[in-house]
Design a protein around this ligand. Structure first.
Ligand code: ARG
Length: 488
């Protein structure tokens, strides 16, 4: 049992943060187990921002004096500079970022600091902090998603007429434009950006004012706080949680965000897999700059695509965080439970992993801006000859022969069968369809004429797919222009 008299001026330890009710201090192990300060301190700016908005409202509502608000502002300014300077002393004893900052405020400004927590609980405070922090991160992620899309668009623009085999089941299917292939990823990351913006709407809602769980007896103006914090919808109306029990316990927004992040990482992972395949000696379609690869300690010839491989691996980590967060929520009764403290590390790591990955991919694909020349350098290098050679293998234009016959009046199913026989013959002879003499092709169908060779060429095949969303260079250029205008 502690014999020293409790300090009434400042909160030095957590036992004192609670009340005189506690008859013994926490054990060191329990302190370590329950404290979150060493990871939640990264929300310090959100915590101060939320506290200032709350204090401003308390003073406007005459719940605290204007002098108290002024002192709180002054104290928070001091704390901000201490944290920025690295001189702020974070105490494990004070459990989390909220108690650490409040204790320091009281040490600095006395009673005004003690009035800050009027009509507030750490339950609505922490929910507010996580939302404010995450909102800022989503805005950064939006910017990074845009950069990545721009990189892909730039590579696409340079490679509209470069042809590679398109695959289904990883078997050569039909030739496609490399620009078209890049723009498929642009579509994915565009949807990711839209999803993030949609999640942001539900992140940007104010729980403060829910207090511990039931609301508060003070005449709070919650909408005022929401407006101060920019928690408003497109019409400028305050977004405030409508049920105090839900307000303090809802973490859907964190789960949704992590789901959106997981899907985005899945897209990165798919792209990674393609880059890895394309870089392998058997494909030789692309190269990535050396700074994104590593060598082997034993095999001197090796250049390994570590960055895409790691990104593919980190996708598992982010999906794991989604599983962690959603399981964290399962079975929690209303309202706040300490379980929710476990939301932070997975959420923080999801944000860090996603941001780093997007940044590195934007640079690996599009290159780095050289300020001297004003152009980007060191992005992926495309080997158009190897792509073309691969597209010429595997009868990638067999469908074009079938389509050619359909245009000559054959029903598609019959054309499909006829071409199968032609492919069989070509395979036996070890040649491409275009290498079969016209007479041999005509043996399959007398309507085949010399113009068939144009239809069977890679360019002919691409140009023929001139419908919206198709791989014809004319269509790819239309899509490119749309993306360029959207991202400008
Ligand atoms: N550190 C806690 C968290 O992250 C803050 C809220 C604590 N509330 C409570 N009633 N113990 O969730």
């Amino acid at each position: 049992m502690s014999t020293s008299a409790p300090s009434h001026n400042q909160l030095d330890t957590k036992a004192e943060a609670w009340s005189a009710l506690f008859s013994e201090p926490m054990s060191d192990l329990v302190k370590r187990y329950t404290s979150s300060v060493f990871f939640d301190k990264r929300m310090w700016q959100a915590d101060i921002q939320g506290s200032l908005a709350h204090a401003e409202m308390l003073s406007a509502q005459k719940i605290i004096g204007t002098d108290d608000f002024a002192s709180i502002q002054k104290g928070m300014a001091q704390i901000t500079s201490e944290i920025e300077a690295g001189s702020f002393e974070w105490k494990l004893d004070l459990e989390d970022v909220h108690l650490n900052i409040e204790a320091r405020l009281t040490a600095l400004v006395g009673d005004a600091g003690k009035r800050l927590h009027t009509g507030r609980s750490r339950n609505d405070q922490v929910a507010t902090d996580v939302r404010l922090w995450l909102r800022g991160e989503i805005d950064l992620i939006e910017g990074l998603l845009k950069e990545l899309q721009l990189s892909l668009v730039e590579v696409a623009a340079k490679n509209v007429d470069v042809i590679l085999p398109g695959f289904t089941h990883l078997q050569v299917a039909q030739p496609v434009s490399f620009g078209h292939h890049m723009l498929a990823y642009v579509e994915m990351f565009k949807r990711d950006a839209e999803r993030m913006l949609d999640v942001r709407k539900r992140v940007n809602v104010l729980p403060l004012g829910s207090a511990a769980l039931a609301g508060t007896t003070y005449p709070l103006d919650r909408e005022r706080v929401a407006k101060t914090l920019g928690m408003v919808n497109d019409q400028g109306e305050a977004c405030v949680s409508q049920n105090s029990l839900d307000g303090v316990s809802d973490r859907d927004f964190a789960i949704e965000f992590t789901a959106a992040a997981s899907l985005c990482m899945v897209h990165v992972s798919r792209l990674s897999e393609e880059l890895i395949i394309w870089m392998s000696q058997n494909f030789g379609f692309i190269k990535i700059a050396d700074r994104f690869t590593t060598g082997s300690s034993i095999m001197p010839q090796k250049k390994n695509p570590d960055v895409p491989e790691l990104a593919r691996g980190k996708t598992g980590r982010v999906v794991g965080h989604l599983m962690g967060l959603i399981t964290l929520m399962k079975g929690q009764p209303l309202a706040y439970n300490k379980d929710n403290q476990e939301d932070k590390e997975p959420l923080f790591d999801t944000v860090d992993t996603l941001k780093d990955t997007l940044r590195i991919f934007a640079e690996m694909i599009g290159g780095q801006l050289n300020p001297a020349t004003g152009t980007k350098e060191g992005g992926i290098t495309v080997n158009a000859e190897n792509m073309r050679a691969a597209a010429l293998k595997g009868y990638a234009t067999a469908t074009d022969l079938a389509d050619y016959l359909v245009k000559k009046g054959l029903p598609f199913r019959d054309a499909h069968e006829t071409v199968a026989h032609a492919v069989k013959l070509a395979t036996m002879k070890g040649v491409d369809l275009t290498e079969l003499p016209l007479a041999e092709l005509q043996a399959f169908n007398p309507n085949i004429e010399a113009d068939v060779f144009e239809a069977l060429s890679l360019e002919g095949s691409l140009n023929a797919r001139n419908t919206l969303g198709g791989t014809a260079p004319a269509q790819v250029r239309i899509q490119l222009a749309k993306h360029q205008a959207r991202l400008a």
